[in-house]
Design a protein around this ligand. Structure first.
Ligand SMILES: [Zn+2]
Length: 253
């Protein structure tokens, strides 16, 4: 939770409320905002989070009434978002742009590995069923980090710059970022996309080590080390938001 939200949260006030609309329960996060003049609702499409912003002196009772009044809007907006695709046995999950079926191998040794059967590539997961989701997520993060590490170093070599560290996170607002100290952060979800997308993001962030802006000079650098800039940007515009639904559980209650 951002510090600002903490400051304006009254003590013992819950950070979220549940509202009911047509027998469905929706979790609504509540945030006080110093500049807010009225109650507003927003839905983050990547995380499916419903956030209600209220004035510093607003009351939780009014906030609840406001959210309930707009229950229909919340329900309609959430239904229109891409459906969450929790990691589970039998689901199809793109890995490096290729669909893999998740197969639970309860009795097998090991954790997560890729193999192919007659129906195509599978992501096999050992262990108990309740651990499938976490194991798949950990595996994807590891793979993402290793691919991004390689792609970033390759791009850095071409531009003659140094990457100090590569980290992967679950950032919903952007695919990558670059600090002035040379730390590159990426969304692990890039491992779900075709490899040229991940290569483009690496080229983009590494180019920021030279040009900390989006000037024409910056884009010329990116194009010099990555042949697929336009294709990758178009792919992200069209399919990017779809990557966020993988691994989400149903309503995040
Ligand atoms: Zn950028």
């Amino acid at each position: 939770m951002p510090l600002r939200a903490l400051l304006y949260r009254r003590q013992s006030e819950p950070s979220a409320i549940n509202i009911v609309f047509e027998r469905e329960v929706y979790l609504v996060r509540v945030r006080r905002h110093r500049q807010a003049r009225r109650y507003t609702l927003r839905i983050h499409s990547a995380t499916r989070e419903v956030v209600l912003t209220m004035p510093p002196r607003g009351s939780l009772k009014e906030a609840r009434a406001f959210a309930e009044k707009h229950g229909g809007w919340i329900a309609a907006r959430l239904t229109r978002l891409p459906a969450p695709a929790p990691f589970a046995h039998g689901m199809l999950l793109p890995v490096r742009g290729v669909d893999h079926r998740i197969v639970h191998r309860a009795g097998a040794r090991g954790t997560v590995w890729i193999e192919a059967d007659s129906e195509g590539p599978c992501l096999c997961v050992a262990g108990e069923a309740p651990h499938i989701a976490r194991r798949v997520r950990d595996f994807l993060k590891r793979e993402a980090r290793s691919d991004l590490e390689v792609a970033s170093r390759r791009a850095a070599e071409k531009l003659g710059v140094r990457v100090s560290r590569v980290s992967v996170r679950d950032q919903s607002s952007r695919w990558g970022s670059c600090s002035t100290t040379g730390v590159l952060s990426y969304s692990w979800r890039l491992i779900l996309a075709p490899p040229y997308i991940l290569d483009y993001l690496a080229a983009h962030e590494v180019a920021h080590l030279v040009e900390m802006n989006h000037s024409r000079r910056f884009w010329r650098l990116v194009e010099r080390i990555c042949p697929d800039v336009t294709r990758a940007k178009t792919w992200l515009d069209v399919h990017g938001s779809n990557l966020h639904r993988y691994g989400l559980t149903h309503e995040r209650r």
